[in-house]
Ligand binder design. Sequence first.
Ligand SMILES: Cc1ncc(COP(=O)(O)O)c(C=O)c1O
Length: 383
Amino acid sequence: MNKLSRPQSIPFIDVAAQRQRLGKSLDEAVGRVLGHCQFLGGPEVTQLEQDLAAFSGARHVVTCSSGTDALLMVLMAKGVGRGDAVLCPSFTFCATGEAVALAGATPVFVDVDEATFNMDAASLKRGITTATSLGLKPRAVIPVDLFGQSADHDAIGAIAAEEGLFVLDDAAQGFGASYKGRRLGTFGLATATSFFPAKPLGCFGDGGAIFTDDAELAQTLRSVRVHGQGLDKYDNVRLGLTARLDTMQAAILIEKLKIFEDEISARNKIAQRYAIGLGNLVTVPRLAKGCTSVWAQYTIRLPERTDRDGFAAALKAQGIPTSIYYAKSIHQQTAYSGFPVADGGLPVSESLSSDVISLPMHAYLDNPTQDRIIAAVRGAIST
Ligand SMILES: Cc1ncc(COP(=O)(O)O)c(C=O)c1O
C-alpha cells in the first residue's frame, strides 16, 4: 500500500491530548514541587486528599502508591489474612484477586452479571457458602465497578451486612461514577482507586487512593502506608509498606481533577454516540438503573461466531486499535487456578472472556474520529 494512503493510526487512549489541554498549568504545578523540594509528603499531597474528599463526599482520603496497594492496605489494616476468604468477581483485572492473595487470604471468585459485567449477587451468595464449606472464614467482599460503571452496591451491601462481611469497593476503573446519586468512594467500609495513567483520572506514573468515612481506619491506613509507623516514628507498631503517593503526582492530579467533571461528561457523550452507531449490530454496554459510568473502557460483545481476532485485525488495518479486557478471567489464569470459585462455576465470566472487545475511549475522541471507528466496526461485522 502506498504510504500516503495508509490510514492514520489513532491512539486507544489519548493522554497526549489531555496533556496539551492542561499545558502550562501542569508545568507550573510540577515547577512548584521542584521549587519546594518536598518530594514525599509535600503540601500538594494534603491538598489532593482534601480535593478528592470534596469531590467524592468521603470523609477521609488516604493517597497511596497504586490501586493494588490501596486494596492491599485496607486488607492489611483490617487484619485480613490466612484462613480468611474474600469474595471477588473473576471478570476483572488480576489486581483485585492479587491483593487478597498477597494479604495471605484466599480469594473466592464469583460470577458477574451478563448485562453490566459487575458482580452477580446470587453468585456472591453461593461463593460465601463455598468459602464456608471449605473451612474458610468469609471476611470481606470486593465488588468492582468494572469498565467505569458502578456495581449494584445496595444488593452487595445487603448481603455483606447479612453475612457480617465488610465491603471494599474496587473503583480503580469507576472513580467519578455514581450509584443512585452518590459518588463512588462512599459505599461500604472503604473504596480503593488507581491513578494509573490510562485510568479516567490518571497521573503520570503509578498512584492510588483509599476513601473511607471511618476515622480509625484512615489513621491505621496512614500507618500502614509508611512501614506501620506509630506515633513515635522509631516505634513501628504493625507491618506496613512503602506506599506513598509522591508529591509530584499529587500536584499533577490536583490539576487533572479540576477538569475531571468535564471529561466525564465528554466520555458520556462519546458512549452515547457509540451506542447509537453500533447498538443494532453488536451488544453495547448497558447502564443499570441508578448507575452511571465514567467509561474507563467501552466494551462491546461481538455477535456469536464472530472471529474476534479477525475483527481486531480488520480494525487494526484501518489504524484503529482495540484491546481485550479480559481474555482470561482471573480464575482462568495460571497464578490463580488453584483458588476456589463459587458453586455452579463462573459461566458468564468465561463467556464474556471469549467475546468482549474494547474500542478506543477517552474524553478527546472527536466526532469524525468516532465516526471512523463506528464505520470500521460496522464494516468488519458485516463482512
Ligand atoms: C479493577 C482494577 N483493580 C485494581 C487495579 C490496580 O491498580 P494499579 O494498576 O494502580 O495497581 C486496576 C488497574 O489496572 C484495576 O483495573
